[in-house]
Design a protein around this ligand. Structure first.
Ligand code: GDP
Length: 308
């Protein structure tokens, strides 16, 4: 049921249990739904309270309204159906309405973009670990040449995961670092090059121009690339993630969201808001600080983990 990639099954009990446990804070909110559905209240009151709960879980007003009106409609069509089951169907439909399959064709160059602190570097390491474990040859490029800490952090991950990290001098042109990285990537016949980028420059326009330039170099040196451009968003900032994503969405070609820090936040509902309001699919989720704390996003598994 949870197969999203043509190979990987998400019906594994262990993965599901892990997701449930990591989403515990958001689940607390959703567990109040259980009492709500059993309260025997008339449907309009239930929907009213449900709407409040969804907003508390950071689903956002427009998305909440859409869910509630969809639910009202499906309850009208199926008056004897269990509201909770209908809600699950509604949420899964909402999250499945965008093409979310990860482009796992190799060789590939992927870019990670997003504001500093959102989890870009950690997410690059998680992706590297995931694909290395699948037998892929993975290389990292530190294209944030402005922050020494960012380069060092990627370097540390490279050491830990035993993977090459291509980096330039401090203040070097990031596009030239990417150029070097692609040369090495092709010459050494690697499968995946993950490009970590800057999250902040002097002005926003500079940052967008910088990202465009990196993308152009990738495309010129590796036609067809970048195969994925993942916008890394911090789920703990709730609705602000939407504002950030809207800004970054002006940078063309984002293929999906990597939503981080879903562990330990009660704002897991932001997944729904991101999908609905930005029309961008969530492809990966981060559920902890270690390299293993990554899951490919599965609407079914996510909704089951929240509502079971
Ligand atoms: P960057 O500036 O966007 O590259 O962000 P970093 O990768 O440096 O991450 C910022 C902080 O968020 C670090 O302390 C990470 O350990 C932490 N972090 C990243 N992803 C996750 C996650 O999925 N869960 C948790 N709990 N922390 C995360």
């Amino acid at each position: 049921m949870f197969d999203r990639t043509g190979g990987e099954k998400y019906n594994s009990k262990a993965v599901f249990e892990k997701l449930k446990q990591k989403l515990s804070k958001t689940r607390e909110l959703f567990s109040r739904l259980e009492q709500l559905f059993q309260s025997g209240q008339p449907q309009p009151e239930i929907l009213e309270e449900l709407s409040e709960l969804l907003i508390l879980a950071d689903v956002g007003v427009p998305t909440t309204e859409r869910i509630i009106s969809g639910l009202r409609e499906s309850a009208r069509k199926n008056p004897s159906a269990d509201l909770k089951v209908l809600l699950k169907q509604e949420l899964i439909a909402l999250l499945s309405s965008l093409p979310s399959a990860v482009n796992e064709s190799w060789p590939a160059v992927w870019m990670l973009v997003g504001v500093n602190g959102g989890g870009k570097t950690t997410s690059a390491a998680k992706l590297a670990y995931r694909y290395k474990n699948q037998g892929k040859k993975v290389m990292l490029a530190a294209a944030d040449t402005f922050r020494a800490a960012a380069r060092e952090q990627l370097q540390l991950w490279g050491k830990k995961l035993n993977l090459p990290v291509i980096q330039g001098q401090s203040g070097a042109d990031p596009a030239s670092v990417v150029f070097d990285a692609i040369r090495a990537f092709k010459a050494r016949e690697y499968d995946l090059l993950l490009v970590d980028t800057a999250g902040r420059l002097h002005t926003y326009a500079n940052l967008m121009a910088e990202l465009e330039k990196i993308k152009k170099v990738i495309n010129r040196e590796f036609p067809g690339g970048p195969q994925e451009i993942l916008l890394v968003l911090d789920s703990t900032i709730g609705q602000n993630a939407i504002v950030q994503a809207r800004e970054f969405n002006r940078f063309s070609g984002i293929t999906g969201i990597f939503l981080t820090k879903l562990d330990g936040t009660a704002r897991g509902g932001s997944v729904l808001a991101v999908a609905e309001e930005l029309r961008l699919p969530v492809k990966f989720i981060g559920i902890g600080e270690s390299e293993q704390d990554l899951e490919i996003f599965s609407p079914e598994a996510f909704v089951e983990a929240l509502l079971s």
